[in-house]
Write a protein of this length. Structure first.
Lengths: 568, 364
């Protein structure tokens, strides 16, 4: 083979030829990107453009925004939202930090049990604490006297309910920040004879600062976008998320709903961006040589922390317990005998037991389909070759849902999928749109879980597999998926639990055939059937608790089975 | 040199022509050209960041070069994805699949090739025997020692009988003893199979003991290519001389057709084409400096004083002060030190043998 005629060619730029794997992976990424564009980018675009349209559908510039800001009642909601969000952030972050401190830095007993109890609120809709508060401190509440004439309906009730709802989210983040503490720093501090208080302020607190900031932003976002607690316990106290609901469901004023959606989008996106920046620095703080910290026993600290944990547990279990009690009581507060009459959901609004089974179906579909989509997308974006721009764009689409409040997403779906010219219009009112919406709503955390797991895999696996001329999907099936199975299960349980409890996005999208348990709680409460609402809420709790236990059991089984190749 | 029949047989197996790789403004590989013959064991040697791994990954197609051509066995593979090339690879991390047994790891590349199960099994057992791990087939990688894992990775890379074996720092993660042992093992395995092999390493000892030819790289360019002895004896640049082994450097000026001025001494040597009066760097290896039985009237001899002795196990390194600002180091055998009773502060004559002196331009 003489190739002297092309002797000049070698200096030319090389355009890498794409193999079959590259084409397949790019096509796969394209499909998932298209999915995210259809279920996230386009709906949001529709909502944005709607906020600039008149009722007749003509471009109206900032007229809607002007109308919004000149309506004091609506404008007041911005202040209320921030007030509630900031107050809750302060309270929850503090409670979560002390609880995390108790769990990681003290020698108190029953840590495992307390950790489970503190995580319980994640299993229930944000409507549930509100219902419990109505029973405990409402007009006919058991403990109404403790409020000394203050009303639970309003900011007080909202904040208590939001603290209950956000506590586990903040706790998880701060726990992580405190767990990665380096024991060597503590040893150095002790060697320098620093007092316990000094160690706390010079080592513990600075070490956890990024975790604290991150937790604060997460809580802030959760609260400002939540509509469950204000709906149930807010009384006349309006917040942004509630305004969207009232504009759309109550007044059928979609344009104004879109305007409130845009207003709500701003703090949520801002909090999201700051949080991402902070988390990037937390990673840089980690050192591979860190030695895990083992708390030293101290009778006084341990006793104080135990007392703390008991108090928080009483708060959480009290909320849950009173809900369950209220669901069983025949006629509050006049006939306190117990029976199951409130579980006959067919006699009240909300869709009856069908709602419950719809919810289970929807959650299972979300868990299965969502996990497949998310893991495949994360795999392609993480392990694909070249195609930098496409992968960066995909990363952005995958992170964006975190910044989109559920109410905004649901409203955006109405505009996009209910548009008659949309070829996807057929999805409107089906179970599929509920599943799609829920997957998109909870996409980011799942995506990050998958990416983290994939990043822990040796980056050379794919190179070795390619050198052995095996297609990428063989590598994926034989090695990547089995090794990432714990993370995959984590993603599916996350999807399941959230699909069971979510209200905000799906409240705009369900049809008479696809009513959901969480929405039923809302509607029953709205209609004054609070006891059945509590009963349904507790059904969600038991279902999620069961799913969690099953998940833990399967994960443990996997670990035992794969221990042979995990021990190092 | 015209097309004789045996000439085409010895046509290079791998031909790299003008390969350049840039990352933004940074040139990781700068116009690299190199040929590698069939069955050869070539080491890419250089400090970290010199581009040796980048070149290996370009050959594998893992990070394709920005421009330039790579031909393997007469086929232009410049733009092909890894799966369409013909190579096996072993990484520093071994990249063994943690959830597959040793047997399945090695069999991985043999699947989907229309091979019967029995044939696959036979091949795996053959490879296990080849790397001496026949009794470990059912274990998982995490249950093996580092050296054993390395051998599994090697067996897996060789399973499909690739034409080219790429080794990316394969021994760097092992402790010294195991590494020395595996060096021999990998080398004899390569010789036995006759597979063309490229190994990337930053360890000069590894390169010197294993390679047929060493490619010394610096800042994305090739500094020197040659057999180990040649690279060691006749380093092409100050960088190579300094990077491989120990070397004394001293300034000098060309003072005659075969002499260089070193302080007030004229040393006879090959002046390597430098013009008269050119400032040069004189280089000589510590073990090439002769001590003992040297008298002042011998060629290239000069007086020196022992400033210090450093015991390094099998030999002693002496620090020598000469009557120039330059300080020299000389390696002496323990025997010699004992025989001549060399001690600190002693004054004696040393000789810089003419054929061991190398001169480099001072600009470097």
């Amino acid at each position: 083979m003489v190739n002297s005629p092309v002797a000049a060619a070698p200096s030319l730029a090389v355009k890498p030829k794409l193999g079959r794997d590259d084409w397949l992976m790019r096509a796969g990424m394209g499909v998932i990107a298209l999915y995210l564009i259809c279920t996230l980018a386009l709906p949001l675009y529709f909502m944005l453009s709607k906020s600039f349209q008149s009722k007749a559908g003509e471009f109206a510039g900032f007229a809607n925004f002007l109308a919004y800001f000149s309506t004091p009642a609506l404008f007041q909601s911005i202040y209320n939202s921030f007030y509630i969000a900031l107050l809750t952030t302060a309270v929850t972050t503090t409670l979560a930090f002390v609880s995390a401190y108790a769990l990681t830095r003290s020698g108190m007993p029953f840590k495992g049990l307390f950790k489970i109890i503190l995580m319980v609120p994640i299993l229930v809709p944000s409507l549930l604490p509100g219902i419990a508060l109505v029973y405990l401190f409402g007009n006919q509440g058991l403990l109404k006297g403790l409020l000394f004439g203050h009303s639970i309906y309003g900011p007080l009730g909202i904040v208590i309910a939001e603290v209950f709802y956000t506590l586990p989210h903040a706790l998880l983040i701060i726990l992580t920040a405190l767990t990665i503490a380096d024991a060597r720093l503590y040893e150095a501090a002790v060697a320098l004879r620093a007092s316990r208080a000094r160690v706390f302020f010079t080592v513990t607190l600075p070490g956890a600062r990024y975790g604290l900031i991150s937790a604060a932003f997460v809580v802030f976002t959760l609260v400002i976008t939540d509509f469950g607690a204000p709906k149930v316990i807010g009384g006349q106290y309006n917040v942004l998320a509630l305004d969207i609901y009232k504009q759309v469901i109550g007044q059928q004023n979609f344009e104004m709903g879109a305007v409130v959606g845009v207003v709500l989008l701003i703090p949520a996106v801002a909090a999201f961006i700051v949080d991402r920046l902070v988390q990037r620095r937390q990673v840089a703080l980690l050192s591979a040589r860190a030695v895990p910290y083992q708390p030293r026993p101290s009778a006084r600290l341990d006793a104080a922390m135990l007392l703390w944990a008991v108090l928080i547990s009483v708060f959480i279990l009290g909320i849950l317990g009173s809900c369950q009690y209220a669901a069983l009581v025949k006629f509050w507060p006049y006939n306190l005998s117990l029976d199951l009459s409130h579980y006959r959901f067919d006699r009240v609004d909300g869709g009856g037991w069908d709602s419950y089974f719809n919810s289970i179906r929807m959650s299972l579909y979300t868990a299965v389909v969502g996990t497949i989509i998310v893991f495949t997308g994360a795999y392609l974006v993480e392990k694909g070759r070249g195609f930098r721009l496409g992968r960066a764009a995909f990363q952005f689409l995958a992170l964006a849902p975190m910044a989109i409040p559920g109410m905004v997403l649901g409203l955006a779906y109405i505009f996009f999928f209910n548009w008659p010219a949309n070829p996807l219009h057929g999805l409107y009112g089906t179970m599929a749109i509920l599943v799609i919406c829920t997957i998109t709503h909870f996409y980011t955390v799942s995506h990050l879980t998958a990416v983290t797991a994939l990043k822990q895999m040796d980056p050379e696996f794919e190179a070795v597999s390619a050198s052995l001329k095996q297609p990428f999907y063989k590598m994926l099936g034989r090695v990547t998926v089995p090794v990432c199975l714990p993370a995959i299960l984590d993603i599916s349980i996350y999807f399941f639990v959230n699909a069971m409890t979510t209200v905000s996005a799906v409240v705009f999208l369900y049809s008479p055939n696809t009513t959901l348990a969480s929405v039923a709680v809302l509607n029953m409460d709205d209609a004054g059937d609070i006891a059945p609402a509590a009963a349904m809420g507790m059904m969600i709790f038991y279902t999620n608790a069961g799913a969690r236990i099953l998940h833990g059991w399967v994960t443990q089984g996997l670990h035992r089975r794969f221990q042979a190749w995990r021990n190092r | 040199m015209t097309g004789q029949p045996d000439e085409s047989e010895r046509a290079p197996y791998l031909r790299i022509t003008n390969v350049t790789k840039t990352f933004g403004a940074f040139k990781a590989l700068d116009n690299i050209s190199l040929t590698i013959n069939e069955g050869e064991f070539v080491c890419f040697l250089g400090p970290s960041g010199c581009g040796k791994t980048t070149l290996l990954r370009a050959i594998a197609g893992l990070d394709i070069q920005t421009s330039g051509q790579i031909e393997q066995a007469g086929r232009d593979i410049s733009a092909l994805p890894p799966a369409e090339r013909d190579f096996g690879i072993v990484f520093q991390s071994y990249a063994l699949f943690p959830n597959l047994t040793v047997h399945k790891n090695i069999a991985y590349g043999l699947e989907n090739r229309r091979l019967k199960r029995a044939e696959v099994n036979r091949r795996v057992l053959e490879l296990l025997a080849l790397v001496g791990l026949s009794d470990q087939a059912r274990k998982y990688p995490a249950q093996l020692s580092g050296g054993q894992q390395q051998r599994v990775a090697l067996a897996r890379a060789l399973a499909t009988s690739p034409g080219l074996l790429l080794l990316d720092e394969p021994l760097s993660a092992l402790d010294a003893k195991v590494r020395a042992h595996l060096r021999q093992e990998v080398k004899s395995l390569q010789r036995q199979l006759g597979v063309t092999t490229i190994m990337v390493t930053h360890d000069q000892e590894e390169a010197l003991t294993m390679a047929d030819r060493i490619v010394v790289m610096k800042d994305g360019a090739i500094e020197q290519v040659g057999p180990p002895l040649q690279v060691y004896r006749e380093p092409a640049s100050v960088f190579v001389a300094d990077f491989i082994g120990a070397m004394n450097f001293a300034p000098g000026v060309i003072s005659g057709p075969s002499a260089v001025r070193f302080g007030e001494w004229n040393l006879n040597c090959d002046i390597n084409g430098f013009p008269h009066g050119a400032p040069v760097t004189i280089a000589i290896r510590p073990e090439d400096i002769v001590l003992g039985e040297v008298t002042g009237d011998m060629e290239n001899s000069l007086p020196a004083r022992i400033d210090g002795l450093e015991f390094l196990g099998s030999f002693v390194r002496a620090r020598l002060a000469t009557q120039t600002p330059a300080r020299l180091q000389a390696d002496l055998s323990i025997n010699l030190v004992r025989r001549l009773n060399i001690d600190q502060g002693a004054s004696l004559s040393i000789q810089l043998p003419k054929e061991r002196i190398r001169l480099y331009s001072q600009a470097a």
